[in-house]
Ligand binder design. Structure first.
Ligand SMILES: [Zn+2]
Length: 414
């Protein structure tokens, strides 16, 4: 049914997804994870199904009349940016319009795009780019672009205002991330393998940073890989971090958000808003993510929750919360939750973290790290999870729900 919709409907659908995504973001950072998965799947379907979203579709770029195109340098910068927007910027490859230093430092080198799901440029068919200004900010030129859709009434419905920089390298202009430019005046402090980058108002907590460093050392031992140098960007609010990354505006700006962290293991970056120097959950993703990129979400989030808690709760606290929720809501069935996008038991408790953390804890109790490593090899499907539980704990699919409930109750009391 979706595939036969009109182009306008595609745009509306994407808009709805993003709006929903953003309004949920305002209320609940945990739910966001579920919605992200939903939007990823729906948008991926559209990408596959529609030539509108095809990788080779020409991206039209509107240029504000205020941009002084008669200036040959401004015009050159503009052409570089337009070429980039037409060079499959939503995919990762050696893009000729981006600078080499950032391409070698970051696997996903355009650091602003992944704030959206699946990413900012994949949404360009619905939210068309308008170049608003190009400003000489030596040694760079700053390019500001509005991504917006036109409402039926003619009003603009903006998704984002993105800022990127351009600088001449040799004969041509190359593009640069806003993040290093915007955080030039921020403090940089390295403790062990982690470099903290934070605004001047932030009082750095050495003790927590050292605790985080020791946790990184233990992860290095557990995973048997050398310690990973990580950049940890910290700020009081999500909006401040988004602006630092180059999104001067993003839909949902200004909404109240829970303190949260986000890891980009491929780029060896952690972003944290409203949190402190010790945020072990995201560090677990940095170490385990690249080792097991296809792991079932229950195990990738489960091990992060077992070792580093989730949203300020330890696994133990999460299990107690889950146990009391189950007595209030006996209609919850963990087997059917595996098939749902929204697997929340309440606004803060998701089955992925609760059951995933529980299964990882049980695996550690039963067979220590070799068993965890085995679990990480099950892929991300409900059938795979049932098989993992059967192989590891000898529990058949029809007994899964009861087994999980009994174990939550048992571990909550430990
Ligand atoms: Zn996580």
């Amino acid at each position: 049914m979706i595939l036969k919709s009109s182009p306008r409907k595609y745009s509306v659908l994407i808009k709805t997804i993003v709006s929903l995504h953003m309004s949920i973001l305002a209320r609940n950072a945990v739910l966001l994870n579920r919605m992200t998965k939903l939007s990823q799947i729906l948008v991926s379907l559209l990408l596959i199904a529609s030539p509108l979203f095809g990788q080779h579709r020409h991206v039209e770029v509107f240029v504000s009349n205020g941009v002084f195109k008669r200036d040959s340098t401004i015009s050159e910068v503009l052409e570089t940016w337009k070429s980039y927007l037409n060079s499959r910027p939503d995919s990762e490859y050696n893009n000729p319009f981006w600078n080499d230093a950032e391409k070698s430092r970051y696997m996903k080198f355009d650091l602003a795009k992944d704030i959206f799901s699946p990413n900012l440029y994949a949404l360009m068919a619905g939210y068309k780019p308008t170049v608003m200004s190009i400003t000489d900010e030596k040694p760079f030129y700053k390019i500001r672009t509005l991504f917006a859709s036109a409402d039926d009434s003619g009003f603009a419905d903006p998704l984002a205002i993105e800022e990127v920089y351009a600088k001449r390298e040799g004969r041509n202009f190359k593009l640069f991330n806003a993040l290093p430019v915007n955080t030039r005046e921020w403090s940089h402090k390295t403790i062990g393998s982690i470099t903290y980058i934070f605004p001047p108002y932030h009082t750095f907590n050495d003790a927590l940073a050292k605790k985080m460093s020791r946790f990184a050392d233990s992860l290095s031992l557990i995973t048997q890989i050398p310690s990973i140098p990580v950049d940890f960007y910290l700020a009081d609010s999500y909006d401040e971090l988004a602006k630092a990354r180059g999104l001067d505006f993003q839909m949902g700006e200004g909404n109240v958000r829970l303190p949260s962290g986000h890891a980009e293991p491929d780029n060896r970056i952690i972003y944290g808003s409203g949190i402190n120097e010790y945020y072990p959950h995201e560090l677990v993703h940095v170490y385990f993510g690249p080792l097991y990129p296809k792991a079932h979400a229950y195990f990738s989030e489960g091990i992060a929750t077992e070792l580093g808690g989730s949203h300020g709760l330890s696994l133990k606290q999460l299990l107690r919360r889950g146990d009391s929720l189950l007595t209030q809501k006996p209609s919850i069935h963990f087997d059917s939750l595996l098939y749902r996008f929204d697997d929340q038991l309440d606004y803060i408790t998701s089955a992925t973290y609760l059951v995933g953390g529980l299964l990882c804890q049980m695996a550690l109790d039963k067979g220590s790290w070799p068993l965890i490593r085995r679990l990480m090899k099950y892929d991300n499907s409900p059938e795979s999870l049932f098989k993992a539980v059967d192989d590891t704990f000898g529990v058949k699919r029809q007994d899964y729900d009861l087994f999980i409930k009994q174990k939550i109750s048992e571990y909550a009391k430990k």
